[in-house]
Design a protein around this ligand. Structure first.
Ligand SMILES: C[S@@+](CC[C@H](N)C(=O)[O-])C[C@H]1O[C@@H](n2cnc3c(N)ncnc32)[C@H](O)[C@@H]1O
Length: 236
């Protein structure tokens, strides 16, 4: 369980689930759907701009909330594993998840069961979660759930705060000193370096997109990187 789960992320009723999924929905399910559809359109647009096809195939999602991805993905052949630390959000859905979805509770045992599967997933997706995790947790989520990806698979993140002086200044108000709602900034350079050479960063505007290279490429990059002396690597 991520450290802030228990305190913040358990919804008690539909409006509360919608609110926790997206504060701007003001608890209105129709508004939440509309916001999510607009967000998904922007994500697809960005993917096509970087030449990557829309998510399909075997998908694992972290922080699936009310399972809105099931309503957004139009590829009927996809299958979706939705991971969240509780199923209270799913209970607040207007209709059940479709048969292509499997909801998995986030726990060390759940993760171990997923890891027992062969690395056969095409996508790891997380929407509106990375606002709420710091660098090591972001890297841990990508590294651990990324183990399920097959070579050539993609990691798609939407919703994070970039660690820029402007953003940090905006967030460093008195309110933060007394606020229990967790929000963090991500250092994208640090994250990229942490994930290399197992992931290649493809995009960091609108979406964070990484690709797991094919096996031979990883081996080649690892041996090349071992040949670069430390002092040169720091300067690069
Ligand atoms: C803001 S909601 C987004 C839900 C969904 N992805 C969407 O876009 O509608 C964050 C989701 O991540 C889950 N989650 C689990 N651990 C979390 C954590 N430490 N921080 C933020 N979200 C977490 C929550 O249960 C919740 O379902």
């Amino acid at each position: 369980m991520l450290k802030n789960d228990e305190t913040f992320w358990v919804p008690t009723k539909t409006s509360n689930a919608a609110c926790k999924s997206w504060g701007g929905s003001e608890g209105d399910l129709a508004k939440l759907r509309e916001n999510s559809a607009t967000r998904w359109k922007a994500i697809r647009h960005k993917l096509s701009r970087v030449g990557v096809p829309a998510p399909s195939g075997k998908i694992i999602e972290f922080g699936s909330g009310m399972g809105l991805l099931d309503d957004l993905l139009d590829d009927s052949c996809s299958c979706l594993v939705m991971v969240d630390h509780c199923d209270a959000y799913i209970r607040e859905r207007a209709r059940p998840l479709s048969a292509r979805c499997r909801h998995v509770l986030w726990s060390p045992e759940g993760l171990a069961r997923l890891h027992a599967e062969p690395p056969s997933y095409d996508w790891f997706i997380s929407l509106a979660v990375f606002w709420h995790v710091e660098d090591p947790t972001a890297a841990a989520l990508i590294r651990e759930l990324g183990k399920l990806l097959k070579p050539g698979g993609h990691v798609l993140i939407h919703g994070w705060n970039s660690a820029t002086p402007e953003k940090v200044r905006e967030m460093s108000t008195q309110h933060r000193l007394f606020d229990t709602y967790p929000t963090y900034v991500l250092n994208l350079d640090l994250l990229r370096e942490t994930l290399e050479p197992d992931y290649q960063e493809l995009c960091r505007e609108t979406i964070l997109l990484y690709r797991k290279p094919e096996m031979e490429t990883i081996g080649r990059r690892k041996s090349l990187s071992a040949m670069i002396p430390d002092f040169l690597r720091r300067r690069a």
